[in-house]
Design a binder for this molecule. Sequence first.
Ligand SMILES: Nc1ncnc2c1ncn2[C@@H]1O[C@H](COP(=O)(O)OP(=O)(O)OP(=O)(O)O)[C@@H](O)[C@H]1O
Length: 808
Amino acid sequence: MSLSSAFSSLRTNPPSKDLHTNPHDTTASTNSTSDTNDTNDTNGIDTPGLSHQHLLPHMDPERRHHDQEQGHLGRSSVATGLPSEPYSSLADKDTGRHTGRWPHRRWSHRQPASSPGSLVDSRVVDKFSGSIEHTLSTDNTPSSPFMSSPRLSKSFASTSIHENFAQQLQQQQQHSPRAVVQANTDRLHTATTINTPAMMTTTTHAARPNISINTSPIALQRRRSPAPFDPALPFAAANAAHHNQQATSKSNSTDKLPSTSTNSSQHNSCSNSTPSQLSVGFNTGKRTTSNPPTSILSSSISKALPTPSTNLSNLTPPKRRMSLSWNLPPALPRQISPSRQGSSSSHSLPSGVPIISQPSANDEHGSYVTNSGHHTPSIPIDRYRSKSFSSVSSEGSPHSSTLSGHRSNSLSTAMVTSSSYSSLPYSPAVAFLSNFVDATAPKVSLDEEGAQVGDYLLGRVIGHGGFSIVREATSIQMDESGQVERVAVKIVKTQTGATDNDRVQKMLRKEIAIWSQISHPHVLPFITVEELPTDTFIVCELCTGGHLLNYLSMRSDALPQSTTPTTPGSAKTLEEDEARAIFNQVAEAVRYLHEEKRIVHRDIKLENILRHEDGTWKICDFGLAEYQDEEAALCFGESLMSPSAGSSFTPLPSPKGDDRGKEAVSKSGDVEGAEEEEEMVGGSLAYSSPEQLRSCKPLRCPSSDVWSLGVVLYALLTGRLPFQDEYEPRLLHQILNGRYEEPVGCSAEARDLLKKMFRSKPEDRWRIGQVKDSAWCLGINDHSLGVDDLPGTGGQMASFLSSFRSTL
Ligand SMILES: Nc1ncnc2c1ncn2[C@@H]1O[C@H](COP(=O)(O)OP(=O)(O)OP(=O)(O)O)[C@@H](O)[C@H]1O
């Protein structure tokens, strides 16, 4: 259910007492509430007796511990206890309507068309992406202080990204040679187990007869286009080759040996194909394949990699079962051989699959160069040729042609035994495998730990956004003091083809454009952006102290159990001075945005206030930020606004006593015409202002930021949210009526400031300048003067009094 429909349903079905008898309502109380609307504007909706659970002490300690273990930088859903399913996954697939729960991320009035795709469970993909997350549902977890602050979801929620990850994983699995091998081995009953490149175990089970050719479209396709190369396969193949050779030598049974004759077409098949495409006979212990058998190595490769193109109809099972473990030595050293780089080769292996080339003439011991330009020295090629491969028919063998560069007729009939290798530093299989070192190196995807992005190396995941993940990163170069710079990198995937992609990219561009214009000590500094076709990387300053929600949770945990407050503020999560110090920093940043940059943040919440290691607090996440009007957009970010949107901007709503822009604000608080058609309402429900709830379009109204900031102030003072209820309609009514439980145990100035920030009508609400100049922010404790209540004076008068007193 969208917000607008939720609201209209509220109007048509005004809340009645049965709201309070709803089974969700376990906290009905008669605690006093504060109608902070000075004009007593309740819109005809009354919600008496609403009470609040105390937030922080109810938070599951295990979850908090997990979150804290993550350096307080974990996924916000962990800390909040909010359901991690994105909004779209909570919507009915057919109707696109809400299923009744609010998501933990953002919200939208319009549902994405890609509902089915968005049903991918992010938990699955979290595992895939390597970040172990506990995503909890409100259905089965105890409520937390902020649990019932359900957040509204962006329609381009995290599932789209996760879905992309999952699809990639699925594709990779489906098309990898390993998958094809697996598919075929179901029939061939051949299992190949590879532990690591260095330690392999190959087990060959008896093959079943009557195996037919797989001519499925996938198989045919695979023969045409090289499949992704699975580096483990050559290892398995070569191991099998080595083992097979030894076994067959010992048995001395020529009947069971595969033929060593081959032809050049088979050679080409080997050298021009990925391992999975090697289409020669399956070594079953009998020479019964229709393809001419190849060298022992290549036939063993084909055994490990039975492919669809193999005619296996007459295969008979081997009589024994073999099992082999082989420890490989470390990878051989490599050098770049510029002379070979880019040289044309008759081989056409996929990039990354090296091809052994002719040893250089002046290399005493022989050396070889791979198709990736790597030159591998110090392999005694001649010795290999004369001894290791003496038993292998050279014709058609990939080794005989590529390792030595010519086919040696001398390599014909002698058998290889284990003693053949005794004088060699490496076995032939190892020599062969060493050429796959590049290919076997773990492939680091561009957005994973270890990848390099610009001048930075990506590290662990430190946060999740609605459509991004955030990783720690370090600069690859040291600064003058020999230190590497630590930064955070926000990674947004480009989901080509996804329904939401265009909108996500557009919003991302706007975020970058706005964020890069901002410079303030209490705004998270933007550093740079790197764009790749697959991802966008926003590099920004790292805040190691976690976000404010974590901080409050941690401080609440530290409270003795006996002091768990029953009313907000009765036990202090933070001392008022500390709350003031934090609030002043955040309010100063908001003042800068509103007054100097004429930007509205639109997503101010505890999770978007980060603690720097120097102890300062900074606002982050400009994903929903907007310029307040056309003038500001032209002045600070002219390219950001579409012409159509630009012309529709209207002046800001103003506080009481200021006529500027008054006519632009409708009764509902909507700023008429200040929306782009395709924009969607965003933000978190618990922080949303009444005017935003009433509007089905996103507002560029700075007073909405002030409301959200009031929610932050309340949390700082009391350790809980002012508007919270697991029953969504009741939560909406609380916000729309501006009803919250007035905190006890804090100063009158603080309570007064809250009232001013929670005024229902945006034009009555204090502006950020007034908030900053309020008696509480200035630390003036004499509320008896009542100057804050004088229209249009509040902050200025407090400020004046403050300076006046300091002169006394
Ligand atoms: N510079 C940073 N240092 C440390 N943690 C960070 C930093 N930036 C972001 N994070 C963490 O990552 C989380 C998500 O970041 P951010 O809010 O910027 O992403 P987002 O995709 O815009 O999220 P949202 O859906 O809330 O808009 C933050 O809540 C925070 O915990």
